[in-house]
Design a protein around this ligand. Structure first.
Ligand SMILES: Cc1cc2nc3c(=O)[nH]c(=O)nc-3n(C[C@H](O)[C@H](O)[C@H](O)COP(=O)(O)O)c2cc1C
Length: 175
């Protein structure tokens, strides 16, 4: 049994939901998972864990600054254990952009950080127009219009391929 630390960065909760599915899969493999938001990661003793997983969503083209800070501050310890990273964004709803090698945000992110995660994944996120502020809703609808996605302001749609999430959970279990 391995002790796994899973750290997530979310704005609207979807990345946490993905983590919760990963936890289910990993616990079925008899490992123990501690799930925490990146805001709380500074209080954790990372040495207590056998593996570390980081997951973060994209907002206006970027993962949250706290994700960069956590990685920069813990580079050595991340490199010393089996480790993984996944990104959540809606561009990944497109089949030609849903792999670590083809997703523009993940590719750019990996160039910006020194850490090279052992396992990588990218998952399509969720759109929830009614849940967004007026400004965010208008901007995201415009981006969706440009990229041929849904623009109806009543749209709530989860693009996530849960099979892909579960496969990643199995990879994390055995890494
Ligand atoms: C204000 C806002 C900005 C976003 N910007 C992007 C973006 O630039 N590119 C993208 O692919 N997805 C973008 N998304 C989609 C999110 O990545 C997606 O909704 C994801 O599921 C959010 O995960 P979270 O709830 O864990 O934060 C954006 C969503 C919101 C609400």
């Amino acid at each position: 049994m391995a002790k796994i630390l899973m750290i997530y960065s979310t704005t609207d909760g979807h990345t946490r939901e993905i983590c919760q599915r990963l936890v289910q899969v990993i616990e079925q493999h008899d490992h123990q998972v501690t799930l925490i938001p990146v805001e709380d990661a500074a209080n954790m003793d990372l040495q207590l864990f056998d593996k570390i997983v980081v997951g973060a969503s994209i907002r206006y083209g970027k993962h949250h600054q706290q994700v960069y800070d956590f990685i920069a501050g813990n580079q050595r310890i991340l490199d010393s254990k089996p480790n993984a990273f996944f990104s959540v964004n809606v561009v990944a709803r497109k089949p030609e952009k849903n792999q670590p090698e083809t997703n523009p945000y993940l590719k750019k992110f990996l160039k910006q950080i020194a850490w090279q995660p052992q396992e990588l994944a990218v998952f399509a996120g969720k759109l929830d127009y009614p849940g967004y502020s007026f400004r965010d809703r208008q901007i995201i609808r415009f981006i969706m219009w440009m990229t041929k996605g849904p623009t109806d302001p009543a749209t709530v749609i989860e693009f996530t391929d849960w099979q892909q999430v579960e496969n990643f959970g199995r990879r994390v279990s055995t890494m």
